[in-house]
Design a binder for this molecule. Structure first.
Ligand SMILES: O=C(O)CCC(=O)C(=O)O
Ligand SMILES: [Fe+2]
Length: 365
């Protein structure tokens, strides 16, 4: 190594140490309610150090955005800042999906709808997050009334052999989950997952608790997305609820719709990759072509689902070299907190993992 490159390595190390020290300092300041000094500390890391390090710019901007939200709301939300910070090294080699301020209807229609983005806190004033809280067991039980049943998924995730769908009592299901007003003493990570279910149709009172974003009426130019399909119902949109325990996973897959995905309760880790890398996703469709006589040949329902566990360590992904080479460098990730809304276009690969009891609403259009 030459003298010159040794010193540029040192410089990079210094910039990285400065950046990480600034992030830690800002978090401590925010915990002491020194919100403006915390923003200044983070700005220093941008001005002086770059900031340097994988995902650090996105993280610094995200924390600033949240701190500014705290100033506007007048209350520091140190917990959500810590969640963002803890997250940074969770999934290596992924960029963080940019959080942006809400675009205008036209900006969304013309440019923003082409790529994933996150609107932090966009849904924070929904009744579901304020006075009719979906984080309350008592409220969720009351909107249903007694005797109601719902479909749940049991087993690791829908690729596993022991995976099944069952119908169970809504009230019984709620007792498996930790809610703010009824913390359960037992670990709930083996509870079933109520995934992709039109709960709002079943319990219509819940429809008053959310607000459909205007963006859903943007009538997007879908020819740029070859896999796009218009939802085949009158509303031209499909709403689904996703309620599950910590650890509930949806493996990487694609859907043919645009998606606004709102996080209402708890935290959810999301992973995304663009349609262009589909050939490196080891989907079950490709495995069907490769092996003629696979007795576990999955049904065509899995052809848009990957065999790779995208949340696993790189070590466990060695059997999927094209994924490591082609997908990992372009994949994106984020942690959604209550009130955050994620957007992504049709054909984008996505996987989700609940970090706590989590309740989300997807809006396909
Ligand atoms: O929340 C999840 O587990 C998956 C959500 C999803 O796949 C979707 O909204 O299309
Ligand atoms: Fe999906």
């Amino acid at each position: 190594m030459s003298q010159a490159s040794a010193s540029s390595t040192e410089l990079r190390t210094l910039r990285r140490v400065y950046t990480d020290a600034a992030i830690l300092r800002a978090l401590i300041q925010s915990l002491r309610s020194q919100t403006r000094p915390a923003i200044a500390t983070l700005d220093h890391s941008i001005i002086i150090a770059g900031p340097y390090g994988r995902g650090r710019l996105e993280l610094v901007l995200d924390i600033i955005h949240r701190l500014q939200g705290d100033i506007l709301r007048g209350s520091p939300d140190a917990k959500s800042l810590l969640t963002a910070a803890q997250y940074v090294d969770n999934i290596p080699d992924c960029k963080i999906i940019s959080p942006i301020t809400p675009p205008s209807f036209l900006q969304f229609k013309i440019t923003y709808s082409r790529r994933p983005f996150i609107l932090r806190g966009y849904a924070k004033n929904w009744p579901a997050l304020t006075h009719r809280p979906w984080r309350s067991h008592a409220y969720l039980s009351s909107v249903a009334g007694p005797g109601r049943v719902i479909p749940v998924e049991v087993g690791n995730d829908y690729r596993a052999e022991d995976w099944q769908q069952k119908i169970m009592q809504w009230d019984e299901y709620l007792t498996f989950l930790d809610f703010e007003d009824r913390p359960s003493s037992r670990s709930n990570s083996n509870a079933p997952y109520m995934a992709q279910h039109d709960l709002l149709k079943q319990f219509p009172k819940l429809q008053n608790d959310i607000v459909i974003p205007d963006y859903l009426y943007a009538d997007l130019e879908s020819q740029d997305f070859p896999s796009y399909q218009s939802p085949a119902n009158e509303d031209k949109r499909i709403l689904n609820a996703w309620l599950g325990p910590e650890g509930a996973v949806s493996p990487a897959h694609t859907d043919p719709y645009f998606n606004f995905y709102a996080q209402v309760v708890g935290h959810k880790k999301v992973w995304l990759a663009p349609p262009s890398i589909s050939n490196s996703m080891y989907s079950f469709a490709i495995s069907d072509e490769d092996s003629n006589n696979d007795r576990h040949s999955p049904s065509s329902a899995l052809k848009n689902t990957s065999r790779v566990d995208v949340f696993a360590d790189a070590e466990d992904m060695k059997q999927f070299p094209a994924f490591l080479d082609q997908v990992v460098p372009v994949s994106l990730t984020a942690m959604l907190s209550p009130g955050d809304v994620l957007f992504f276009p049709p054909g984008w690969w996505h996987a989700m993992k609940s970090e706590s009891t989590s309740f989300s609403i997807s809006m396909w259009f």
